[in-house]
Design a protein around this ligand. Structure first.
Ligand code: GUN
Length: 290
């Protein structure tokens, strides 16, 4: 079994981007700039957004974090989105999800200028992705495709089973891997919470992408010998042996499944860092497209 070491791949991408930024600065050009809007204090969102901002600083991108209170009105948030749409110094921005219940997420996503939508959530970018046109691709599936590619995982002709149909991961993942492209050219099956006899599909997977959001959902008897396993899940569970009092686990029962598969991405250190890489790559692309 080989680990799909997302952390190492992320470091390599970070290094490449740092070199690009240095070369831009040497030419007297400004660096790419990513902005992030964070509404309220939803725990994991704060951690994720801070990591994104820190990544920018580390590679020399400009970054701004706009923090709004949890009770901000939809109008005030739309105004902020518009400001960023019109700010020539900002190449791309994200609105961290989930948003408080009183705000309609679709209204916010649709207000983002698709050319600055480095999350790839705007319907224009989703539509272009489905059509195979150049577009921003959501950071997690983008990062996974990069991870497969940079670890020389052959995808052509393989049966890929995606567990989960979220707009952020499962659905775009299924589209990207079925595209006529490399990586791509997979036969894709998308299964979800309403699929009957889900294991009968996962057992057929050459490449299994677990993005169902349930801790240790994928067990060894659901996996074919020699499969490539990508674990998108991230869950905190209590662990009194750790200083923090918890540890992170994925959607895959790593200890069981790793004995059976050819490759597996660990949690933490797999898809998480690759998601961060996807966002940085998208921001560079937004800058370059200007
Ligand atoms: N919440 C969880 N993942 C994401 C992401 O990739 N982008 C945004 N904006 N919010 C998220």
């Amino acid at each position: 079994m080989e680990l799909l070491n997302g952390k190492e791949t992320f470091f390599a991408i970070r290094e490449e981007l740092t070199e690009k930024v240095n070369s831009l600065k040497q030419q007297g050009r400004r660096a790419p700039h990513l902005a992030a809007i964070l509404v309220g204090g939803f725990g994991p969102s704060i951690t994720y957004v801070n990591a994104k901002v820190k990544d920018c600083e580390r590679i020399g991108f400009g970054s701004s974090l706009i923090e709004l209170p949890a009770d901000v009105t939809e109008e005030a948030l739309l105004e902020k989105v518009n400001e960023l749409n019109n700010n020539p110094e900002v190449d791309g921005f994200i609105v961290q999800l989930p948003l408080p219940k009183h705000i309609n997420e679709n209204n916010i996503i649709e207000a983002i200028n698709p050319k600055k939508d480095v999350d790839g959530f705007h319907p224009v970018n989703v539509g272009k992705m489905v059509l195979g046109l150049p577009s921003f691709v959501p950071a997690t599936p983008y990062g996974i495709v990069e991870m497969l590619d940079r670890n020389n995982i052959e995808t052509e002709g393989k049966h890929c089973v995606v567990i989960g149909r979220s707009n952020i991961v499962g659905t775009p993942m299924s589209i990207l891997l079925s595209r006529k492209a490399n990586p791509g050219n997979c036969t894709v099956t998308l299964v979800h919470s309403r699929t009957k006899d889900l294991a009968s599909y996962t057992k057929q997977a050459d490449i299994l992408i677990a993005a169902i959001g349930k801790a240790h959902f994928v067990k060894a008897d659901m996996v074919k010998d020699g499969a490539v396993i990508v674990d998108v899940g991230i869950h905190r569970i209590e662990d009194t042996t750790k200083k923090s009092g918890y540890r992170l686990i994925g959607d895959v029962d790593f200890d069981e499944v790793s004995k059976k598969c050819s490759h597996i991405s660990p949690v933490p250190g797999g898809v998480g860092p690759m998601t961060r890489a996807g966002l940085l790559l998208n921001t560079m692309r937004a800058y370059e497209a200007k």
